[in-house]
Design a protein around this ligand. Structure first.
Ligand code: 9MR
Length: 327
């Protein structure tokens, strides 16, 4: 039988805290306010939260002259009430953009002040309350080339540097991250991320770290040694790393055997992070299989998180605890 967590005071949160690391989860306001066990589990197990969607451009800035912060405020208030820190996700991305923006036919000269105002308003509102921001998300494609996004097409690659400078001005205390997927190990994407942030450091752009998303599959996850090497070369640039969106998706029925293999992947990745001084936070993209983006985006896949649909800890949970307990 699985141990009920919490009874012994041995939680992800307590062990992570003891090691001076953050352990976090992406959260949605619906279950946070509507399902007591969701909120209880979060408060018990995590010391960092990331709003999964509530801070995206289309959510906070639905029309040109109107901002909405209700959902993000609820998540930030919950974090504060429970002594947790918040990762802000995300200021500049090519998805979840409102129509007024994408259909506005704005010129470069018009778009720059719009982006500046957006960043100043959103970061400024949570100044001192959001400890780290994913300033730019997924600017590079899977092949490592610039993604030809809404922002890139109109502004050019300088949008990245500008976004970081504006975010720094709006909250000098917040740690600023470039966040992307598929660059956790070594290879083309990882090299492209490295080169991007290396160039930013050289140009004096205020970047503090890289977010490695870590959306992986049971049958395809990065080699721990490669992730270690990737963390190491980012450390050599003076950059922190956060694992920002980890999940391990399983195809078909989640048998005991698959759950055991999933647990090893979680354990291995957390160990690599713990072994690296610059890896300060390890965040899951959700925490319960009851609320996960995976089944919606990958039909036939699921069971990607450390708690099952009934909020019971899975083998992955115990493997994570074990990794945190092992010096
Ligand atoms: O999990 C998020 C899902 O609920 C949203 O519908 C989707 C679009 O906003 O974004 C998902 O989160 C993504 C994150 O913001 C950036 N990295 C990839 C995540 C999974 O698609």
């Amino acid at each position: 039988m699985l141990n009920r967590p919490g009874q012994t005071g041995e939680t992800l949160r307590s062990f992570a805290q003891a090691r001076g690391r953050y352990i976090g989860a992406a959260v949605a306001p619906g279950p946070l306010l509507g399902e007591p066990v969701y909120a209880e589990t979060l408060a018990r197990e995590f010391n960092m939260l990331t709003p999964e969607n509530a801070l995206k451009f289309g959510r906070t800035h639905p029309s040109r002259d109107r901002y909405t912060f209700q959902d993000a405020d609820a998540i930030v208030a919950f974090a504060q009430a429970n002594g947790m820190v918040v990762r802000g996700h995300t200021l500049v991305w090519h998805e979840v953009l409102p129509r007024w923006l994408t259909a506005g036919a704005f010129t470069r000269d018009e778009l720059l002040p719009i982006l500046h105002e957006h960043i100043t308003t959103v970061v400024g509102r949570y100044r001192g309350q959001i400890s780290a921001w994913d300033v730019v998300n997924e600017a590079l494609g899977s092949d490592g080339a610039w993604r030809n996004t809404f922002w890139y097409k109109t502004i050019g690659p300088e949008y990245v540097d500008l976004a970081f400078r504006w975010a720094r001005e709006a909250d000098p205390q917040a740690r600023l991250f470039y966040n992307d997927y598929g660059g956790e190990g070594m290879g083309r994407k990882s090299d492209a991320i490295y080169e991007l942030v290396q160039g930013m450091r050289r140009r004096g752009v205020p970047i503090d770290g890289v977010g490695l998303q870590m959306h992986v599959r049971l049958d395809a996850s990065p080699e721990p040694a490669e992730v270690a090497a990737s963390l190491q070369r980012l450390a050599a640039l003076g950059l922190a790393v956060h694992i920002t969106e980890m999940d391990v998706r399983i195809q078909g029925p989640a048998t005991e055997e698959k759950l055991t293999r999933q647990a090893s992947i979680y354990r291995d990745m957390l160990r690599v992070c713990l072994a690296a001084e610059n890896c300060g936070a390890f965040v899951f993209w959700g925490f319960t299989d009851r609320h996960s983006w995976i089944p919606r985006y990958f039909p036939g896949w699921g069971a990607a998180l450390p708690f099952d649909e009934a909020y019971r800890p899975k083998p992955a949970y115990r493997a994570l605890i074990e990794a945190l307990k092992t010096p």
